[in-house]
Write a protein that binds this ligand. Structure first.
Ligand code: LMR
Length: 328
């Protein structure tokens, strides 16, 4: 493992880790792939570590490794099972190898606002999905929302047909592939840490992500512009190993889970503001943002929504209906 991590990454990891773990404290390592600060997930991870390190001092100690310095999202799931890390928060698009139910969250234009996302993840149906991977060793501790996604490309995109023939980076999600193909474009699955380079060198022409990722990873600098499509949710599963969680002493587990629940609520309540800030940061840094007219937006919806039917069997119609009902 260490051989694969660069010296620079190790230095950054060590800086970020800065919790001083004492002898006898249980070490909780949390590896993620985004910016350490100014990003919904980076900020939530920091908040969680600060609370654990203060309130569980002497019992537990949390170290956070951001920016793919320790693992990318594929590897981190394996690392959880062998105990190399105890927490991760990959996007819900990255669990296809373990459950097809989470395809729900990727359906284009399913949620019309972050408020609707909040309503669904706190519903019985939403909470029920936290435990669907226990048979393969993972327990979801909560959903961390991150924002709705926008498209960017190396040419202006105002209607879906503008994307004809372009290649877009997607996460490891077949729903995303189907959605891109519905636009007459092609999709390439790539790890998050490879996206900037792939855009810069023209390996792909475009990508889709939140304002926070587009700003903090500087994707806007190597794209013509960003189109405000709000077409799909980006949310994470704060996930741990079921075996690790069940192996904790009951008082430790109760305290830890209650801190997680509080941080999750606080973090989700802060997402809209962080996203708005990063949208403005892109403008302030000279990036181009294109807004859609109602007619243009309708074309995106009409192009992408038919994709739902392809995945209804994997997800279940009841679940799709419950999620769609959260829009009010
Ligand atoms: C992506 O791969 O685009 C995102 O899942 C990265 C992230 O964690 O926000």
């Amino acid at each position: 493992l260490l051989g694969a991590v660069s010296a620079a990454a190790l230095t950054l990891g060590a800086q970020q880790a800065h919790a001083q773990c004492d002898d006898g404290e249980m070490v909780i390592k949390f590896s993620h792939v985004v910016a350490a600060t100014g990003h919904p997930k980076g900020d939530a991870a920091t908040m969680l570590a600060e609370r654990v390190n203060k309130e569980m001092d002497g019992k537990a100690c949390m170290e956070v490794f951001p920016n793919s310095t320790l693992f990318d999202d594929d590897k981190v799931l394996e690392a959880l099972l062998i105990g190399d890390v105890q927490l991760a928060a990959p996007s819900l698009s990255k669990f296809e190898a373990y459950t097809l139910k989470y395809r729900l969250f990727d359906l284009p234009f399913l949620f019309s606002s972050l408020q609707a996302v909040d309503t669904f993840i706190n519903s019985d149906e939403g909470r029920g999905l936290l435990t669907v991977m226990e048979d393969v060793g993972y327990t979801g501790l909560g959903y961390w929302s991150s924002g709705l996604k926008q498209f960017s490309a190396n040419k202006p995109l105002l209607v879906p047909s503008d994307a004809n023939g372009l290649k877009f980076r997607v996460q490891t999600s077949d729903v995303a592939v189907a959605m891109i193909e519905a636009m007459g474009a092609s999709a390439q699955k790539l790890a998050f840490k490879e996206v900037y380079g792939a855009l810069q060198t023209g390996v792909v022409d475009g990508q889709e992500n939140t304002w926070s990722n587009i700003y903090t990873q500087k994707f806007f600098e190597v794209q013509d512009g960003v189109t405000e499509t709000n077409h799909q949710l980006l949310a994470y599963l704060l996930v741990t190993s079921t075996e690790w969680l069940n192996g904790l002493d009951e008082d430790i587990r109760t305290q830890f889970v209650s801190i997680v629940d509080e941080v999750t609520k606080e973090a989700n309540a802060a997402v809209a503001e962080t996203e708005a800030k990063n949208r403005q940061n892109i403008i302030d840094a000279g990036g181009t943002i294109r807004e859609l007219s109602a007619e243009q937006r309708k074309q995106w919806v009409d192009t992408m929504k038919p994709v739902w039917a392809q995945f209804e069997g994997d997800i279940g119609k009841d679940l799709i209906d419950a999620a769609a009902a959260s829009n009010g």
